[in-house]
Design a protein. Sequence first.
Lengths: 249, 309
Amino acid sequence: MKILVAVKRVVDANVKVRVKADNSGVDLTNAKMAINPFCEIAVEEAIRLKEKGQADEVIVVSIGDKACHEQIRTALALGADRGIHVEAQDGLQPLAVAKLLHAIVQRESIDLVLVGKQSIDSDNNQVAQMLAALGGMPQGTFACGVEVQDGKLKVVREIDGGEQTILLSLPAVVSTDLRLNEPRYASLPNIMKAKKKPIDSLTPADLGVSVAARLRTVSVEPPPERSAGIKVASVDELITRLKTEAKVI
Amino acid sequence: MKILVIAEHDNLSLKPATLSTVTAALAIGQPVDVLVAGAACASVANAAAAVAGVSRVLVADHPAHAAQLAESIAALVAEIGTQYTHILAAATTTGKNLLPRVAALLDVAQISEIVAVKSADTFVRPIYAGNALATVQSDDPVKVITVRTTAFAEAASAGNAAAVEPLNVVKEQALSAFVGQQLSTSERPELTAASVVISGGRGMQSGENFVLIEKVADKLGAAIGASRAAVDAGFVPNDMQVGQTGKIVAPELYIAVGISGAIQHLAGMKDSKVIVAINKDAEAPIFQVADYGLVDDLFKVLPELAEKL
Ligand SMILES: Cc1cc2nc3c(=O)[nH]c(=O)nc-3n(C[C@H](O)[C@H](O)[C@H](O)COP(=O)(O)OP(=O)(O)OC[C@H]3O[C@@H](n4cnc5c(N)ncnc54)[C@H](O)[C@@H]3O)c2cc1C
Ligand SMILES: Nc1ncnc2c1ncn2[C@@H]1O[C@H](COP(=O)(O)O)[C@@H](O)[C@H]1O
């Protein structure tokens, strides 16, 4: 089985971003960047499938400017076999990302695509479902359990009411939820080894994909600020204030 | 303008999330049709026909739709979708699973979790865990949108008698199969619809200690939520997680107990009307958004609250 994992370079999850004064976007100058946390989980799952002997090769792909190489190298250090960098402007919309991934799936005859459930910057939660549609593939979104069974894939999904188990034919697309696994850290020898692993570079034109934006961002505003209220001294005071002041109980 | 709302249901009842989605649809324009795709789902169709503002209910009643598998329903929605200018669903796990697939089949963008309608082609949506609000405009012929239900009031669920029409299009896809599901059952109100929510975090220390929260919830008729740390530690099931990647809630009263207030947790509850924080660390970031903060040990506070409420 050949696995493709898509990793996105995003602002670190601990950074609280600020909106730019001209409302054109958020200010990421000097912000710490990282692999999207959900993509780290996808990389980990792919490596585990390989360690179990269920996958032959793990290819990691990132789409964006040159800086994405950093995240591809990190995934290689974790155990992916080779990388593909699709050189494009940052912030491509999910449909464009899905089309690029679809082209790679066809080129590389991929059996399983693992992506994160959601980018923590754009909060879209779309790429897996779109890619599955473009490839006529089944989708196992928000996965917290993945198992290969007789040439099929059993996926446990986190849904609003609890958990759902489905069986997918291959090739398939899976999007990872937080509780699928706990990603490992890269060891120093593996970081060194990763420097020698190959990274191919491609452009959207090489893949025959138009990445034109479908949505235009008109403006980006800060959300209404909540201000800190008061500290109460006791449970009695809390109850009184909730009853007489806030009138919510 | 012609708008299609995908009903959220379990083949028996129409979920309140649909009512909020109808409100968002009516803010865009009219007429609003509702699609009920399910199996033996006539009661859902009747409930949808009663919702104020709905023009027509289309019912795709077929065993292939019993478990709401996205592959078959997306193909169906894409087939009828070209007759519409807008296709909307609630941003629940069902809606999020389905609509991007529909959008890709129609070769259009999907707009996730809108919180406001500016005009028929311009919408507001949170990004960066709610630390920014983006206004986005679409030129696509069909706008495919998921709706954050806490941002739109529920349409009246009774009083209308819209036409109910069977839809004899079935696009069964043999790609995926339903194996089973484990649904949490609770007598409490549904987390995203409750007017009072009390959530526990890592500070609760164990699943057993959630009994202390339950006792307070009983007094307030509250739903119970949790932080990711509490879910990851196995204290409570995943469907109780509130936050950027869990459920979004906006009750009248939100009580955070033993929760520090990470950005990702705030993303899921900071639109609550009144926020109470109970935490023994006076510096915990949760106090920066709390209307009422009580700096104390939760193991002392919770029993006292349960007793005095
Ligand atoms: C990609 C990503 C997505 C995420 N999504 C979510 C999400 O959807 N929802 C979410 O909640 N988190 C999410 N997180 C995790 C988030 O960053 C925090 O790690 C998490 O919210 C912390 O949970 P907590 O506040 O319960 O735990 P902690 O941060 O450990 O806080 C525990 C608090 O309990 C207090 N406490 C301890 N003992 C007591 C006591 N006896 N009495 C009173 N107070 C006490 C402590 O002072 C502390 O403030 C996400 C993280 C990432 C990276
Ligand atoms: N620019 C990108 N490069 C690589 N993978 C991406 C990119 N954008 C999105 N993805 C993948 O799609 C997942 C979901 O993203 P989204 O639909 O944007 O929330 C991410 O976790 C990644 O796995």
